[in-house]
Design a protein around this ligand. Structure first.
Ligand SMILES: Cc1cc2nc3c(=O)[nH]c(=O)nc-3n(C[C@H](O)[C@H](O)[C@H](O)COP(=O)(O)OP(=O)(O)OC[C@H]3O[C@@H](n4cnc5c(N)ncnc54)[C@H](O)[C@@H]3O)c2cc1C
Length: 421
């Protein structure tokens, strides 16, 4: 076993958007950071649609110009299509936000994640690709680094007083410690693929995210990507998707395409260009967001149903907040879990707002039109929630939502584990 000594201030597990954000922020502050990434980038990843408030983390990372020069389709809106194929008026972000952030992007994750990881590297983080973290090193009740194995089989210890777990849905710390708490109501699965040559809406709507309903069952996403490609997937209860006599992904997907005219018509002109993919175990949150010497962030902390494209935003913002919390701990020399309580509060607060809206989305009595008709005054708060402006007060919004849908109470878990690991 090789020892990388105490060479680092921080070790980051995973070089996805959360990990590369945390690494870049810490490196920019002059901290010595090691990023341990299992794969060789560029690598495939799902989760392509960004909401407007991603802008502010990208701005802090110095990446806005690169994003503007990229070939990623520009996203000005999200639009909702009923089961009959009828489209409601798109939600144009510019109607609410007089700021460049009102234009967002649809990203090819292989390229976007590579850009993010390169940015962390450029700022001084040391990146170890094709290296898998096997376990957290624990001493005296605190995490003080990781044990990892490279592709060639070399085992190395990377030690630091603070470790940030950004290992995505593999969720290293959460899995090893059995901290995963599932959100039973949001128990869905997704089946998705990619098409080339499918229809794009004209003009400003060309890069819009479309959410197309399967009434009382689930929904489709339709996300235009570069190279005339569209990402398209169906999300619904596992029992419903697998309950029609077949478990073959292609047959299930094709069956559901026929259940929404808009999706059927948009895909008819194109050709499928990739395999069908599936994922389950949708929404969860860790029992704890931190422990002594450890912070969890991005999907490694929590995952929320992707209907409002909140994942990338929560990964970017979470990575930023985790880095700031780690930096404060490095300055004070106090790495105890209690230090990370404000981090957990802020992150969980944001996730709760999105989560309430996701619950409403799946409630058959709820739709945005009914809510706005009854309470036109909550439209700005609703739009803020959808674009990722989560640090405001949403009391009036959810009081209005509660007239049509069950609004879940905030989850009690997700705070730091105070005491020894
Ligand atoms: C079906 C589906 C659709 C989605 N759609 C959207 C969308 O439209 N918009 C949106 O914003 N979000 C979407 N998401 C969510 C989004 O994909 C995630 O929230 C986002 O990728 C989280 O980033 P992350 O950095 O936390 O994790 P990841 O991007 O998963 O990165 C984690 C990294 O850690 C590495 N890693 C894992 N284990 C180890 C280990 N032991 N050692 C070393 N490295 C390791 C992995 O290789 C990976 O590179 C979707 C998710 C799903 C499942």
């Amino acid at each position: 076993m090789k020892r990388n000594g105490h060479a680092y201030d921080a070790v980051v597990i995973g070089g996805g958007p959360a990990g590369s954000t945390a690494a870049a922020v810490l490196a920019e502050k002059g901290r010595r950071v090691a990023v341990i990434e299992r794969d060789k980038f560029p690598r495939y990843h799902v989760g392509e649609s960004m909401i407007p408030y991603c802008y502010f983390t990208l701005e802090r990372l110095g990446l806005i110009e690169k994003m503007q020069q990229s070939h990623f389709p520009k996203k000005y809106s999200v639009q909702f299509v009923g089961g009959s194929g009828k489209m409601s008026t798109p939600f144009y972000f510019t109607q609410h936000l007089a700021h460049p952030a009102a234009q967002s992007w649809q990203v090819l994750r292989s390229e976007f994640d590579q850009m993010m990881l390169d940015n962390a590297r450029d700022k001084g983080a040391e990146v170890f690709e094709e290296t898998t973290v096997k376990e957290l090193i624990q001493e005296d009740g605190a995490v003080c680094g990781v044990r990892a194995v490279s592709k060639s089989g070399d085992a190395t210890e990377y030690r630091a007083p603070i470790t940030i777990d950004a290992s995505g849905r593999d969720a290293l710390a959460l899995s090893r410690n059995r901290w995963r708490v599932r959100d039973a109501y949001l128990n869905k699965i997704a089946i998705w693929t990619y098409y080339k040559g499918a229809v794009r809406d004209p003009g400003i709507d060309e890069g819009a995210t479309t959410v197309a309903y399967l009434p009382k069952k689930g929904w489709f996403w339709y996300i235009p990507l570069p190279n005339d490609t569209v990402s398209v997937g169906v999300v619904a209860e596992k029992d419903y998707l697998y309950g029609g006599g077949t478990r073959e992904l292609g047959e299930i997907f094709e069956r559901e395409v026929k259940n929404n005219v808009w999706i059927d018509e948009h895909l008819a002109a194109g050709m499928r260009s990739d395999d069908y993919r599936v994922t389950g175990e949708f929404s969860y949150r860790s029992e704890y967001c931190a422990a002594n010497g450890l912070i969890l962030t991005g999907d490694a902390f929590a995952f929320l149903d992707p209907v409002f494209s909140s994942g990338l935003f929560l990964a970017l913002r979470g990575g930023e907040l985790a880095a700031d919390a780690a930096d404060r701990a490095l300055s004070s020399g106090d790495f105890s879990a209690a230090q990370f309580a404000p981090y957990g509060e802020e992150l969980c607060g944001g996730i709760e707002a999105m989560r309430k809206l996701v619950y409403a989305f799946y409630d058959h009595n709820f739709n945005f039109g009914k809510l706005i008709m009854a309470h036109p005054d909550v439209r700005p708060a609703l739009t803020d929630c959808l674009i990722g402006h989560l640090s405001r007060d949403f009391e009036a919004l959810f009081a209005g939502v509660a007239e049509f849908a069950k609004v879940p109470p905030a989850l009690a878990h997700g705070r730091p584990l105070v005491g020894a690991l």
